[in-house]
Design a protein around this ligand. Structure first.
Ligand code: BG6
Length: 504
């Protein structure tokens, strides 16, 4: 028997992501059997009240993909337990309700059955420690041969290195590291996982995946949405904590780590930590030169945002990895809200060939050597690999071809792969994969404490330097690619942003 307890059951994440993901897993018949899902929060509700609310929200969220009869089959696994995180009695009551089903009396099971539990911390982060402490005090973290106890911790895991360490230390009083699943939903995205397949299941990419062939890498996660109702959180987080420390750095690890010997939690996480630790710490001068921040012009008008807020809603950071593979290859990370479109993409920009025999070929012929497509202006294009993480999930390779019947004129052309064209069915939501992995005890796609700490060590100095800087970030209009000066910034670093909205 698998039991999932969601703390913070009345929150947005539960209705928007967790329950729809569980419902989809139910439809795909992937949920462990039998499964029980318990919601825990202060609102007083019966099982049926909660089921009714979730039915409505899930139907709204999934639209035509919602099937009422499937929901009716799924709904009996959902239960609700009202309770207060600050009250130990609430945990005693929860424990006896959970144990009641596990003893076999309710479900007609037999003694000795496996009774695994997954506790999901989906509350406001300030309550994480308290929930864990209560679980410990109520004996709810104790394991046995037939009873695993695991805890999923939602992001953010701390707000800086010291906070992340303190949080880990506090959770470690109750749960061992192997029981802790720090979630970053980007690691559940199919296309992020496909980076590993692209690199390590093919032979043609890995030999050129290094400083000898790669000029630089751009990882962009742009969103057209604004901060809106999330101002209270966003004012204290900003784009660095919200997107860089977790999602962008996680993508970076998959792109740049060495090949693990097997797809298994320890091997994978060891390599990720190594590459994070190889990122060169920035000096204050480097932070001033190698980072860029912006704020969309109407951000200060959002309810809850200070009139003189300096919170960055856009940032670009140039990182360097000090190892043999990546020495001196700039890795540009960029993310912003209020951008022209939603796109998460990885651009691997290859170097020019060391020598071009065509350099003179166009010279006397009257033909320009390269023909560029309308959105490209540089006369000297080199190969690019574009991984479209979302939406329009796919991969594109840019390479030069000879324009027919035009002397030796060349044009940058594309080879396209698109998941939706090559595979049937909807792309699964990241939470489906991650919830299932956590229930099955596979921590490969969850962050270990040293990984999270290494990531904060990269972000902390930048965030502190920005906090000390009295200058306002560069403003930009919503619906653009960020401040125009970010283009000058990257040009100064010898590159050019690859800006293209995905064709969905
Ligand atoms: C969250 C951030 O972690 O990721 C949000 O807090 C952001 O600000 C979201 O919008 C982006 O996730 P996705 O899956 O929509 O790219």
């Amino acid at each position: 028997m698998q039991t999932l307890v969601i703390f913070g059951a009345s929150g947005d994440l539960t209705s928007r992501k967790l329950i729809p993901a569980l419902y989809r897993l139910h439809i795909k018949k992937r949920l462990p059997e039998p499964v029980r899902i318990f919601g825990f929060s202060r609102t007083s509700m019966s099982d049926d009240d909660w089921r009714g609310k979730l039915r409505e929200s899930t139907a709204g969220f999934l639209g035509t993909a919602f099937d009422g009869s499937e929901w009716d089959a799924f709904a009996p696994s959902i239960h609700y337990q009202p309770g207060d995180i600050g009250d130990s009695q609430s945990f005693t009551a929860l424990e006896s309700r959970l144990a009641e089903g596990e003893s076999g009396r309710v479900n007609g099971g037999v003694d000795g059955q496996v009774t695994n539990r997954l506790y999901y911390l989906s509350t406001a982060p300030r309550f994480y420690e308290q929930v864990v402490h209560q679980l410990g005090a109520a004996g709810m973290a104790n394991e046995s041969k037939t009873a695993s106890r695991r805890v999923v911790v939602e992001k953010p895991f701390g707000t800086d290195l010291a906070g992340a360490r303190a949080l880990s230390a506090s959770i470690h009083k109750v749960f061992e590291e192997r029981q802790i699943y720090r979630i970053d939903h980007y690691l559940g995205k199919e296309t992020v996982n496909n980076v590993l397949v692209l690199r390590f299941a093919n032979t043609i990419f890995e030999p050129v995946w290094n400083r000898n062939y790669i000029d630089h890498i751009q990882i962009t996660a742009n969103e057209d949405v604004l901060v809106g109702r999330r101002a209270a959180y966003y004012e204290t987080a900003g784009v660095l904590r919200d997107m860089f420390q977790n999602h962008l750095l996680q993508i970076l690890t998959f792109l740049t780590m060495e090949a693990p010997s097997r797809f298994e939690a320890k091997a994978l996480r060891d390599e990720k930590v190594k590459v994070l630790q190889a990122i060169r710490p920035m000096t204050p001068e480097e932070i001033a030169r190698d980072t860029f921040r912006g704020q969309y012009r109407t951000y200060r008008d959002e309810p809850g945002v200070a009139a003189d807020s300096r919170t960055a809603t856009f940032a670009a950071v140039k990182l360097r990895i000090d190892n043999w593979r990546w020495k001196d290859v700039p890795i540009f990370l960029r993310s912003g809200k209020g951008m022209s479109c939603r796109t998460t993409q990885i651009l691997v920009q290859f170097r020019q060939p060391p020598h071009s025999m065509f350099e003179c070929a166009g010279g006397g012929s009257g033909f320009p050597l390269h023909e560029t497509s309308p959105h490209e202006t540089s006369p000297h294009e080199a190969n690019r690999l574009l991984i479209q993480v979302q939406p329009a999930e796919g991969i594109r390779i840019h390479f030069l071809t000879k324009v027919p019947d035009a002397d030796m004129r060349m044009r940058m052309t594309e080879l396209n792969f698109n998941f939706r064209e090559s595979y049937q069915g909807e792309m699964p939501e990241a939470y489906e994969r991650l919830l299932l992995d956590a229930m099955l005890g596979d921590a490969s796609l969850f962050a270990r404490s040293d990984e999270v700490e290494a990531a904060w060590s990269i972000i902390d100095p930048i965030q502190s330097a920005w906090d000390r800087d009295a200058h306002a970030p560069a403003f930009y209009e919503t619906g653009t690619w960020g401040p125009a000066t970010s283009e000058e910034w990257i040009a100064h670093h010898g590159a050019r942003w690859f800006d293209s909205c995905p064709v969905v």
